[in-house]
Design a protein around this ligand. Sequence first.
Ligand code: COA
Length: 357
Amino acid sequence: MSNQFDIKNIEIKQFDPITLTEEDWKLYHEFRKTRHEEVNPDDPYTDNETTEKNMKIAMKHPEADIFLLSIIDSAKSKQIGLVNYLVIKKTSASYEGNKHLVQFDMSILAPYRRKGIGTMALKLIYDFAIDHNKTTLISGSDEVDGKKFLEIIGAQTALTGVENRLNLEEVDWEMISKWEKEGPERSPKTKLQPFYTLPEDIIEQYSKIYTETTNQQPLGDLDVNDIIFTPESLRKMEKRHKELGRKHLTYITVEPDGEISGLTEMIYRPERKYIIEQLLTGVKEKYRGRGLGKWLKAVMLLRVKDEFPDVNIVVTGNATTNAPMLSINDRLGFKVHKEGISGQLTVVNLGKYLESK
Ligand SMILES: CC(C)(COP(=O)(O)OP(=O)(O)OC[C@H]1O[C@@H](n2cnc3c(N)ncnc32)[C@H](O)[C@@H]1OP(=O)(O)O)[C@@H](O)C(=O)NCCC(=O)NCCS
């Protein structure tokens, strides 16, 4: 098919998974398939039914208001792009510190780039930001075109990160067993506790260590304030994971006085087949340097090997400045899969860019 198109036929319209017609879904799935081949051709491809179900649930995020737009070449009845932006909900405990932010992402199929369509979409995000008194925009990319686009529109690279992947067939399982043994040797009174559902008696305490260690991850120059997890928000996330058919496994270390000293969590999404995702690993400052991080990681990997025999890839994201985490991940055999940036710009500067176009 020819890649010629007329910019006059490009339409950007609201894309609401809850009310989409069958025809809209068809266009979306064709777009999604092409994007998958552009970006992650070797990763499992999620079937249409699961995608639709997941997107409908994803829209009802307990902490964020999410908006999606589709970009259509109406002459060809073809979806050629997708835009999403989100803001923190007023009801979220993290609202006060982060109410100035709009986070956005957009993707446009390769043949349609460098024609000003991304800029057209930015204008809509800009109008939204102005209407809602937002002052700062954050976006990210691990693609050449996306990084260049962010640079040109005036975004400052506020954080660099990597997507790391570990092939379980290449893991030194002897070293893992050693870490598993050393953990209790160095901390004989510390107990391990795994769970899929957060026990009610520790949820309050867990929400505190989860908040504390989440916010200790390096954020570079991002103008983001603490993300606060409450027992209610954790329960809502738990419910959402269950609705989405995800298995969210956590291990914590508990000290003799009942204090939770560390945690690690992984999430398995059935549609990702042989891939599991490592989420947060955090150890409270006063318990660091005792091998708890390695112990937690080791027991988690042993459990994953046992409980998810089809999984052979662990995926995780790390800021490039997170030395302690990268040191553990390095020794485990994680390798850089993609390098990404988080870009940040003020709404005022975006306005100046748009005026210049
Ligand atoms: C980011 C993306 C949506 C931009 O869409 P687009 O329609 O090509 O954007 P525009 O045509 O409006 O580009 C605006 C300006 O950005 C700059 N720019 C964009 N891509 C560029 C590239 N690959 N190299 C150099 N400059 C680039 C140019 O200055 C361009 O204006 P110009 O063509 O008049 O010189 C598109 O490249 C994409 O889908 N990338 C992959 C997904 C991604 O990484 N998204 C994250 C970013 S939110």
